[in-house]
Write a protein that binds this ligand. Sequence first.
Ligand SMILES: Cc1cc2nc3c(=O)[nH]c(=O)nc-3n(C[C@H](O)[C@H](O)[C@H](O)COP(=O)(O)OP(=O)(O)OC[C@H]3O[C@@H](n4cnc5c(N)ncnc54)[C@H](O)[C@@H]3O)c2cc1C
Length: 365
Amino acid sequence: MQTIVIGAGVLGAAIAFRLAQAGAQVTVLEAGRVGGGTSGTSFAWINSATGGVPPAYHALRIASMQAHAEVAAEFGGASWYHPTGGLKWAWPAELPALEANVAALQARGYAAEWIDRARLLAMEPDLDPVAIGDGPIAWFPEEGWLDPVPYAGAMVRAAQSLGAVLRTGARVAGMEMAGGRVTGVRLADGTRLAADCVVNCAGRWSDGLRPVPHVPLAPTVGFLVFTPPVAAGISHVLHAPEANLRPDGAGRLMLVWNDFAAGFSAETPPDPRLPEVQEMMQSVSRLIPSLAGLEAEAVRIGVRPLPRDGLSAIGPVPRTEGYYVAVTHSGVTLSPILARLVAAEVVRGEDRAELAEFRPARFFN
Ligand SMILES: Cc1cc2nc3c(=O)[nH]c(=O)nc-3n(C[C@H](O)[C@H](O)[C@H](O)COP(=O)(O)OP(=O)(O)OC[C@H]3O[C@@H](n4cnc5c(N)ncnc54)[C@H](O)[C@@H]3O)c2cc1C
């Protein structure tokens, strides 16, 4: 079976690997570079920490947290996978909401417990105890984070080792159609490539391919700030009132505070001297005193590929044979489980119950 995967972010790369493993002939077409889309501007927290999401979405995320561990073992230990656990605390006014969320997660069997400040400081000795306050801290031991670009690179290499072909700098301009069927793609340079199935993993750009019907997206902008390398830092994913933050390798920390993103668009120049960036650095330095006086090293602005109803859109598109869409927010968390499920459907013709609530068809009825 000849398949084309459009896009080599965390989703396309992992799907290409599992398609190749299931016996398909795979060509990956990437307009830019592997992991150079949203996957390269992600907080990349592996979790299912929102208690109120639909049960099927929670179940998919839980399965994918486990799948990340399995992929890391499959690859003989994976430098991209950091199962550190996550920690969250709140100002007193927001504590009831955090308590309700933890209770909802525990009711679903999610690994979540309360710890005190002394235990947090044993795990994160460089935090300022005064800034933490003396409220309870939620500990999520099964969470972690991913280096999305090395992960995508490893998935593509694994696919290539099974015969897949990667073409970077290959922008798909449109679909080739015969009747109601997709028969291949046309590249921006005019090249035509045939396929039995085209899998659209183009993320926030997935709605730009014609003439196929597209999943409507409601993308949101995210704003990441990177510190220079610091000797005293953190080693878990932290959700503090000041910001969400995690290590980002070589002593750098990655900070994200969604409130700041409100005034930004994908076109905002990512300048570390923006007043909002300085404010964020100052705010976080109250929590981690070793950051005091440091300027941010870099800023990245990312756009989340969010289907309009906030849930993943995974599956065939009605009345369009030979075409399959995989677009989602939380793509970092969901990549390994979606890769397995998509390969089972595309290559083996299975109809996976885990994906029943996420079909693109819901947008076209
Ligand atoms: C600030 C921020 C924080 C986030 N935090 C988290 C988090 O904590 N946890 C989590 O799970 N998720 C998080 N996400 C979401 C997650 O990063 C995305 O869901 C995921 O990266 C999407 O991966 P993808 O492979 O679908 O898309 P992408 O990584 O965008 O890959 C799509 C690829 O398709 C290529 N492409 C596009 N059009 C074409 C074309 N016509 N022809 C060929 N190639 C094309 C692009 O170049 C790109 O490389 C976050 C996102 C942002 C922005």
